[in-house]
Design a binder for this molecule. Structure first.
Ligand SMILES: [Zn+2]
Length: 312
């Protein structure tokens, strides 16, 4: 089944440890991606706060180089994808479509020229913030009183719409979310977020946010981090299925996808230890009575749809 994961942090692991995609010590490896039937994978370029002061773009470029080296290392298995068409082509060729996302607008260093250059290097998704304030907007840790998008953040959205890039609202605070929904001409994604009604956490979306994002044609990738799934000590596959079903109930089956956050989280749900377990989600949805049509949308069809409509 076509399977699309909208967010992993494997590039961070690769730059930290120098490990390759052949190494099976993390949540994601080439073998695990293959075993899990992952067809399209978004790789996040997450710039750690240590680099925010003047070094964010430098660090992002370093990670983008690691991404391109990885693509070159496995030409039979991986294919770079910058559009819905490229994802389909790579799927038909039996390769994993690999996309680049920038997680946090710090790396733009206040310049639209940097956004355009990052686009030229293959970046097609921008998560506007991480958890803190940057030149574009405020992350969810800053609270709602800190306000929404800055004038520069608004320029970035307009330029992303013009270039054909996916705006990602995961990590944003709520005023920023509403600003994005109001001004973006294209549907937007929340690449790795869950439902706030099931787990009251600032990283999760309220029912109103889910409905509004869905009404605009957007897609939400359910995050597998136990702390976003439940208030308890641990989580299981069933909790991921609960969030998927909740999002379907609130926003409809066209707004739900997967955004595992693998290799960026220090705990995983029981039954979803790594990306080789992706098919258990489809099986779980089937056992809960969902139709094949709905399951295909959740597993990847919805993200493919929005990639085609926004990226071409
Ligand atoms: Zn994140």
């Amino acid at each position: 089944m076509f399977t699309f994961d909208a967010h992993i942090d494997t590039l961070l692991q690769l730059v930290h440890s120098g490990r390759s995609l052949a190494d099976a010590s993390g949540h994601v490896s080439l073998e695990k991606l293959r075993k899990g039937g992952v067809s399209a994978q978004v790789f996040a370029v997450f710039v750690e706060p240590d680099f925010y002061q003047g070094m964010a773009l430098h660090r992002a470029l370093q990670m983008i180089d690691v991404f391109w080296q990885m693509i070159a290392e496995y030409p039979d298995d991986l294919a770079f994808a910058d559009s819905g068409t490229a994802i389909r082509k790579s799927y038909q060729a039996g390769k994993i479509a690999c996309m680049l996302a920038l997680e946090g607008g710090e790396a733009l260093q206040g310049s639209l020229a940097n956004l355009r250059n990052l686009h030229r290097l293959g970046v097609r998704v921008l998560t506007l913030t991480w958890n803190y304030r940057n030149a574009l907007a405020n992350g969810q840790s800053e609270g709602d009183a800190s306000g929404g998008l800055s004038p520069f953040g608004r320029e970035v959205i307009a330029e992303m719409n013009r270039l054909g890039m996916l705006v990602d609202v995961s990590h944003l605070n709520e005023p920023g979310f509403w600003d994005v929904l109001e001004i973006s001409g294209d549907p937007v994604i929340a690449s790795h977020s869950c439902a706030r009604s099931l787990r009251d956490h600032g990283r999760n979306l309220t029912d109103r946010q889910i409905k509004a994002l869905a009404d605009k044609g957007g897609v939400i990738g359910v995050n597998f981090y136990p702390g976003f799934l439940t208030a308890g000590e641990s989580a299981a596959l069933e909790d991921v299925l609960d969030h998927i079903e909740y999002l379907i109930n609130v926003g409809g089956s066209d707004c739900v996808g997967l955004g595992s956050d693998y290799d960026g989280i220090n705990a995983v749900p029981d039954g979803l230890q790594d990306c080789s377990m992706m098919p258990t989600i489809a099986a779980g949805l089937e056992s809960r009575g969902h139709s094949l049509t709905v399951i295909e949308k959740i597993m990847g069809g919805n993200f493919l749809r929005i990639a085609e409509s926004v990226l071409g």
